[in-house]
Design a protein around this ligand. Structure first.
Ligand code: ASP
Length: 428
């Protein structure tokens, strides 16, 4: 007789009673030594294992198999490849056990959302299946290689991933890839099997943009409002997740969104600062220095944090500093001394801002001049700390010479530096 597993229907016989239900995973918060059973009335109960005499299997759990639809090409439609990498958009709740599984792939999206087939002829591929907080720079590199290999044969690409670090991926891919077509990253705040899921509209709008938007480059495409009105197409170096749970969590920082994409196929351009399709010779260069860190300053910060990175052999440090680019300078002189020590030893120190909106400034205050002129910190203009981190890792993958690092960091490579910030972009 096989041992009953989570999801199986079982009969549990204890000293006092017989209970029937579904065997559930034991939540981490429950003490060891308890078995959890979902009763027929829907309630879960924990049963002290010391009291259990036997567990009989009544019916083994068979997860439902999703029918795979064959993808057939329609004449005259553009072709889009959907590449899945994991995250909530790939996850579903198993309502029998209550567990969350990240197992939907690009092929399932196509099967579950038949409207996609009217927007473009689709190719689907699962590249990996991870939650985005676990993505590593080497995963961004893997995505870049996959995009380069696929893009020759299609009109655009949609990448699906988790929302949490979508803005890191978008920035990294924006530096790794010179593109002649659009690469659109999308995700979902609510899993695809929930009525309130944002997944389908995000997918439809993303496939629309990948198929027909006239621009090239890396963009995010997610809900623009908390209703199902439209999605915002946002430049990969200017997007940021700004809310833990809202469907419209992704906002542009320091520029207007590039376009609104409607589920009926309309694309309204709002910001013309983008390369058109076919303008740029495609190229992939995914060098990345993994000894690059992102840290945040705060009143009371321990200066030894800087020393730690120096000792660990880091080559670059992005500091999310306060407002215009300040770090504690006078009350705690050791921070500046340690930064100087790191810079003298060849570590590139880049200053971005915790406020996200606005631009850092290397000169307006004496303290800022100390960092920029005396120490040689590089002020990252209006880049978000995450974009500055992705860029610094990429730049250090090419050179560690201070002058060259500074020149590349201050050169606009993928729209990350906006010389004129439109006032309407604040809290857009
Ligand atoms: N933690 C998940 C992730 O980023 C959340 C999501 O996908 O929305 O993968």
């Amino acid at each position: 007789m096989p041992q009953p597993k989570e999801g199986d229907s079982v009969k549990i016989v204890t000293d006092e009673e017989e209970l029937e239900g579904i065997l559930m995973p034991r939540p981490g918060i429950l003490e060891q030594g308890f078995t959890v059973l979902k009763l027929k009335n829907g309630y879960n109960i924990g049963i002290d294992e010391k009291k259990i005499k036997k567990i009989e299997l009544s019916q083994p759990y068979k997860p439902k198999k999703q029918e795979k639809r064959k993808l057939t090409a329609k004449k005259g439609l553009p072709t889009v490849a959907i590449i899945s990498t994991g995250g909530t958009i790939s996850s579903r709740i198993d309502y029998r056990t209550g567990g969350v599984y990240a197992d939907y792939t690009a092929e399932d999206f196509v099967a579950m959302c038949p409207e996609l087939a009217d927007v473009a002829n689709l190719k689907a591929k699962k590249l990996m299946n991870v939650m985005s907080e676990d993505l590593m720079p080497e995963d961004w590199q893997k995505m870049a290689r996959e995009i380069s290999a696929e893009l020759k044969d299609v009109d655009g690409i949609v990448i699906t991933q988790g929302t949490d670090t979508l803005h890191f991926t978008a920035a990294a891919l924006s530096f790794f890839l010179r593109l002649d077509k659009p690469v659109v990253i999308t995700a979902a705040q609510r899993s695809i099997d929930r009525g309130s899921s944002d997944a389908f509209m995000n997918l439809i709008c993303s496939v629309t943009a990948a198929a027909r938007f006239d621009g090239a480059g890396v963009y995010s495409c997610m809900h623009g409002t908390s209703s199902d009105d439209y999605c915002l197409l946002i430049r990969g170096t200017k997007v940021r997740k700004m809310h833990t749970s809202r469907r419209d969590a992704f906002r542009p920082i320091n520029e207007l969104p590039i376009a609104k994409v409607f589920p009926d196929g309309r694309i309204d351009v709002l910001n013309k600062r983008y390369d058109k399709r076919g303008q740029v010779e495609p190229k992939s260069d995914e060098s990345f220095e993994e000894k690059t860190a992102l840290i945040q300053t705060y009143p009371g910060m321990d200066p030894k944090v800087v020393d730690f990175y120096l000792k660990e052999g880091y080559k670059g440090l992005v500091i999310a500093a306060t407002a215009l680019g300040h770090v504690p300078t006078n009350c705690n002189k050791e921070i500046v001394t340690n930064l100087k020590k790191a810079i003298d030893k060849g570590v590139a120190v880049v200053i971005a801002t915790q406020t996200l909106y606005g631009r850092v400034h290397p000169l307006v205050y004496t303290n800022l001049r100390k960092l920029s002129v005396e120490l040689g910190c590089i002020f990252a203009e209006d880049m978000t700390p995450e974009t500055a981190y992705a860029k610094l890792g990429w730049v250090l993958g090419h050179t560690t010479k201070h002058d060259e690092v500074k020149k590349m960091m201050l050169q606009n490579i993928s729209g990350e530096i906006n010389p004129r910030i439109n006032a309407d972009s604040f809290l857009y």
